[in-house]
Ligand binder design. Structure first.
Ligand code: ZN
Length: 327
């Protein structure tokens, strides 16, 4: 545990078998109330690590709150455990409800994932929900939480955090901004080195890549001296990193346009195979199953963005979606 700013501590929690490697687990210590940000995976080692932190910083469960930035299991895995310990939990209404709708195989989260797979033309890849990385680490039970509403504030010691809406990486991801000290806890909205995954969550959430880019604009315009992301290194120059992320998505959108021009009416799967992926597989058949879910979801988000821009059209035939360029 190291102090990265006055009364703000960071501990790297290992994420076994995950390319993200670690979760940056933050504790903000106040005289009357302290706050944890996110939890790591639901596993015994992580529990033990966090218990050590409780001891080291003399935290009391009844005066500690747990703030969840978003629903992903590397951020929420131990939420139910901490609730039992007596911590009050904050989560955004959107992600909190999605999280509570992902406990059982029959829950909306997994039924939707299967529907999306079919829409995307992945049926021939024979993916089953058990291959989905999120399913493997799904929550063990429901949580009771206080809705973290953007615009509201949480006071911890000398820090007055404003909850800010960062949606894009998930439909309801939220961050904590401290204006006076120019501090931002951004979850997975902006990461150093890694490009945050932007995926298709269903038509009810609209063009989430467009939403993500808007949320990047929002942070670009904030005064931030200390950006605390949830994985890897602390980002020194948030504007420079945001410009790199804009560029990444612009490039990927151009690849998607080119694929549609080359192949005409195409499924998400067809376009996915044409994009460039940072993965050591020779070809699509070689892709690990978990990566097929991710890659197709990300491609789908880009195709939906092209559609929102008025550049692409989509039609459904026999339950499969086909995209094409309009001009
Ligand atoms: Zn995430």
């Amino acid at each position: 545990m190291r102090e990265v700013y006055k009364n703000i501590y960071l501990k790297e929690l290992a994420l076994p078998d995950n390319p993200l490697k670690y979760l940056n687990f933050y504790v903000i210590k106040g005289a009357e109330k302290s706050m944890l940000i996110d939890t790591g995976f639901n596993c015994e080692d992580t529990k033990a690590e966090i218990m050590k932190v409780f001891e080291e910083l003399s935290l009391e469960p009844e005066s500690t709150i747990l703030f969840l930035t978003h629903l992903h299991s590397d951020h929420t895995g131990l939420a139910a455990y901490f609730e039992k310990m007596g911590l009050v939990i904050y989560a955004s209404k959107i992600d909190g409800d999605l999280l509570n709708g992902s406990v059982d195989k029959s829950d909306p989260m997994w039924q939707n994932a299967i529907q999306h797979e079919f829409w995307q033309g992945l049926e021939e890849d024979r993916l089953i929900i058990e291959d989905h990385p999120g399913f493997k680490f799904r929550p063990s039970g429901h949580i009771n939480y206080i809705p973290a509403t953007p615009g509201e504030h949480i006071q911890i010691g000398e820090y007055n955090f404003e909850i800010i809406d960062l949606k894009g990486h998930t439909p309801g991801i939220v961050g904590l901004y401290e204006k006076e000290h120019k501090i931002l806890f951004c979850g997975d909205h902006i990461l150093g080195k890694i490009t945050p995954n932007i995926t298709f969550w269903g038509f009810q959430y609209g063009d989430l890549l467009g939403t993500y880019l808007d949320s990047l604009d929002l942070v670009y315009n904030l005064d931030v001296d200390h950006l605390f992301p949830s994985h890897r290194f602390l980002v020194e120059d948030h504007r420079k990193r945001i410009e790199e992320l804009y560029e990444h998505h612009a490039k990927r959108l151009e690849e998607a346009r080119q694929a549609l021009r080359k192949y005409g009416k195409s499924t998400v799967r067809t376009v996915t195979k044409q994009l460039h992926w940072d993965i050591r597989s020779k070809n699509w058949d070689d892709f690990p199953k978990a990566q097929k879910w991710f890659a197709a979801g990300e491609t789908h988000a880009h195709l939906e963005h092209l559609r929102a821009l008025g550049e692409a059209a989509m039609e459904e035939k026999d339950g499969i979606l086909y995209y094409s360029m309009i001009k």
